[in-house]
Structure formats: C-alpha cells, structure tokens
Design a protein around this ligand. Structure first.
Ligand SMILES: Cc1ncc(COP(=O)(O)O)c(C=O)c1O
Length: 450
C-alpha cells in the first residue's frame, strides 16, 4: 500500500534555516534609502527591526542556526506533514504523483507563524516591548498575535479595512491572543489621516496598512515593526518548510519534477522552493513555479524596477517586480495575494530565469479548491488554492504529453475563515478580474526614478 502521510519526528526537525543568497549566481541587488537613494545600512533599519534580524537580512551565510527557544515553540505543530494526494490524483485521473506539504496545521492556520515566532523571539531578546504590523485577510496578524502571546509582547495590528469588515472572526482570533486591532486607514497615524483626507471611504490596501504600521514603530521607542513576507529574513525563516520537505521526499523515494507555491510577497513559495532551488543550482533537474492571481499579476506582468514596499513611500526601495506602489488590486478573495510588489530575492531569481511564474483567475482556483476539498478533505485557503490549481494544470499537461511527473506543492493554509467566498463560488456569483492593460500602465507611472 502507498503511504499517504510522510511524517518526521521532532528529533528529525531541521535545526538550521537555509539562505539562498549563498548560492545565487549573482549577489542580491542592494536595498536603497527612500530619501538619499543610496544603499541602506544597518543603522537606517535599526528604528524598525532588532539587530539580529537586520544581520539576517544582509547575511550571505549559507545556513543559520535556529535558536532552541524558537524550535521549542515551532514544535507546537512542526514538523508539518507531507501528504501524497492519492484521492486528488484519482479525482482528476492523472498518472502523475502529487504531493503537498501542509502548513495549515499551525495554531493560526497557515505558514505565517514560522516567521512570527522567530521575529517575536529576536525582538524579545533585544528588549522590545511592543510590535506593530499590518494584515490583509488576517493570517499574518493572527500569527503575530499568537507569537506575541507566547513571548509576552504587546501587538498592534493595522488590518485592511475591507477585511476588517468582512472577516470579524479573524479579528476576534487576534484579540483572543491579546492583540489590539484597528481598521486601516485609521486615524491613529499621519499616513492613515492623509489617505482618509483624500478618500474618507477608502477600503484600505496592504500598502496603506504597511505605511501605518511602519510609522507607528518609527514613532515609539518601545516598538518595532514586523513584516510577514517579502523581506530576506522572513523568507529565511520559512525555509524550514522546504528543508523538511526534502527529507520527506527522500522518505517517499522520489524527487519532484516540479515544485509549486502560491505567491503574494513570496514567503510560503520561497519557504518550500528555496531548498529545492539549491538542489537545482547544484545540478538536479526541477522546475520551480510561483503562482499569482491574474487580478494582481506582479511577477507575470509587473516591471522589474526599484519601488517602495508601501503606498505612502516610507519604506526602503527594493528592486523587485512591481505593479507600482499605489496600485489598488481588485477585491479578490485571496486577500494575502493582493500585494503590488514581491520579494527582492524571488524577483531577481525570476528575472534570471531560475524560477517560472504563472497567473490564474479566481473561478479556476476555486474550481480546483472544491475538487481538492471533496477528494483530500482539507478545506484550502484561497491563497493556497492557486498552488493546487497549478498542480492540477501540471498533472493534466503531463497526461497530455503521455508522461508521469512528480509534483510537489505548498498547501500554505486552511480556508475555515473563507467560507463566504466558497458560498459565493458555489452560488455561481464569483467574478473574475484580469488587470486591464491601461490600468497597469497607469499604476506603473508612479514608479520612483532611481
Ligand atoms: C494561506 C496563505 N498563503 C499564502 C499567502 C501569501 O503570502 P506569501 O507570499 O508571503 O506566502 C498568505 C498571505 O497572507 C496566506 O495567508
């Protein structure tokens, strides 16, 4: 009988994070100061992050030890299981072998606590009392709220207004773990007030919420800022996913032909993919695919240029694929994938041809999410369903070519707070939106000159 679950014991848990910078063909592009447009130094970042995270952000060391206390908290749910998707394979009638790494078993329901725990640990160690952050659909905010409660840190979350109103249970979850949550744009910051003066009915966006959280941290001695994706140290913390997955694929006696992750800012994708990319750089044959929404097609239709990470222009400039920092994505259900930019590392690796990118529409991803829920049982997050859909596409392509491939994807979270979206899909009321060319051109006009 083929084993369905591939499990690791706690003693087999990886004890080091993997830093892709050590193996990249070209050094990462420098991050620039928003005022001087010169490369930022550690002191520029010190108001926002503890020094240990700044060191990780610029590190070229290949492996970085995971502190014992971080491992201790990660074992609340790690090692995470890998599944062979036997029922899905049968449901779609493929000859290919499909595997998924399941990150939805964390207390917050996604991969995000992998970095939230690490960030809270380093902040606590350096005497920080309070963390500020933004959240879109609420996955990252809940993860930082959880980490704050484990380490005794106060957490303030700026939650994108449309989600704040649509997802009261995510908000309640954050409050249960002790965080303070406000709708963004808020009147608590100058950035929020500025946006509200322009548009009192603003629905908010991730870019605006980042501006508010960054301003909050920059204003207060006791507070640092925490980001749930995009930055090098965040991607680093997520590589525990791929390091576990490498061991689990070895137990299964296979190596993937294709590795897939959904892409918002890049962290669950990179978490699974970077350790496999290391193997690719060292000679293994494997395709690596990042999947994004057609409504927010950063990697597939954005420009590779320096841009701000937030809307107001407070963050450093990152060379990345971007749709322009004041781009307002359509209100698709995959809230975690509605970001104008991308991680600098993922962007550079796409630009250099080591990673492929694909864009898919929301009716397609919900179709595959339903097939998955009705065969494998787990209700996937809309974000993760982008990866499921691409895995189904890859399997069907292999069948059409008369081939059997090994496909691995990251099931980054569960969708228990996304049932309104499922209802809408099942009632046939879900709208697709693909970004019109004229809107893309208009958004890109806001790119800063560097
Ligand atoms: C379940 C899930 N998957 C994926 C993402 C996308 O973020 P990232 O690209 O950083 O993994 C999010 C973001 O909130 C998420 O909640």
């Amino acid at each position: 009988m083929t084993e369905r679950k591939i499990l690791l014991s706690e003693k087999d848990m990886p004890r080091q994070w993997y830093n892709i910078v050590a193996d990249m063909p070209n050094a990462p592009q420098p991050v620039l100061h928003p005022g001087t447009k010169q490369p930022v130094g550690p002191q520029d970042l010190a108001p926002l992050f503890p020094m240990a995270l700044i060191e990780q952000e610029v590190s070229a060391q290949k492996f970085i030890d995971i502190p014992e206390e971080v491992l201790h908290h990660l074992t609340l749910w790690r090692p995470a299981p890998m599944f062979r998707a036997l029922n899905l394979e049968k449901a779609i009638g493929t000859r290919s072998h499909i595997y998924y790494k399941y990150e939805g078993g964390s207390p917050a329901g996604s991969h995000k606590p992998n970095t939230a725990i690490a960030q809270a640990y380093y902040n606590k160690k350096e005497g920080v009392k309070r963390l500020s952050t933004e959240t879109g659909a609420g996955q990252w905010g809940s993860s930082l709220a959880l980490a704050g409660s484990l380490f005794g840190l106060e957490v303030k979350v700026y939650m994108v207004k449309v989600s704040y109103e649509q997802k009261p249970y995510r908000r309640a979850l954050m409050e249960t773990w002790g965080a303070q949550v406000v709708a963004s744009p808020s009147t608590d910051t100058m950035s929020g007030k500025k946006i509200l003066a322009q548009d009192p009915n603003s629905n908010g966006s991730l870019g605006i919420a980042i501006s508010e959280a960054v301003e909050d941290a920059a204003q207060r001695e006791d507070t640092k800022y925490a980001l749930g994706s995009v930055l090098n140290h965040v991607l680093l913390h997520q590589t525990i996913i791929g390091e576990e997955a490498l061991k689990q694929m070895a137990i299964a006696g296979e190596f993937p032909d294709v590795v897939i992750g959904s892409h918002g800012g890049g962290s669950n994708f990179a978490g699974l993919a970077f350790p496999f990319l290391r193997e690719k750089i060292h000679g293994k044959k494997v395709r690596i695919v990042a999947v994004e929404p057609a409504a927010c097609p950063t990697l597939t239709r954005g420009t590779y240029a320096y841009d701000f990470g937030d809307t107001v222009g407070l963050t450093p400039l990152v060379k990345m694929y971007t749709l322009g920092h004041d781009f307002m994505p359509a209100g698709i259900h995959a809230g975690g994938l509605r970001y104008h930019g991308a991680s600098g590392l993922v962007s550079q690796l796409v630009h250099e041809g080591l990673i492929e990118a694909a864009a898919v529409t929301q009716n397609d991803i919900f179709g595959s999410a339903l097939t998955f829920a009705r065969s494998e049982g787990i209700l996937p997050a809309p974000e993760s369903s982008h990866a499921i859909h691409q895995a189904v596409v890859e399997a069907k392509n292999a069948d059409a070519e008369g081939k059997s491939r090994v496909i691995l994807f990251n099931l980054s979270g569960h969708g228990h707070f996304d049932l309104t979206a499922y209802q809408q899909y099942m009632q046939g009321a879900m709208k697709d939106s693909t970004l019109p060319e004229a809107e893309l051109k208009k958004a890109l006009a806001s790119l800063p000159t560097v």
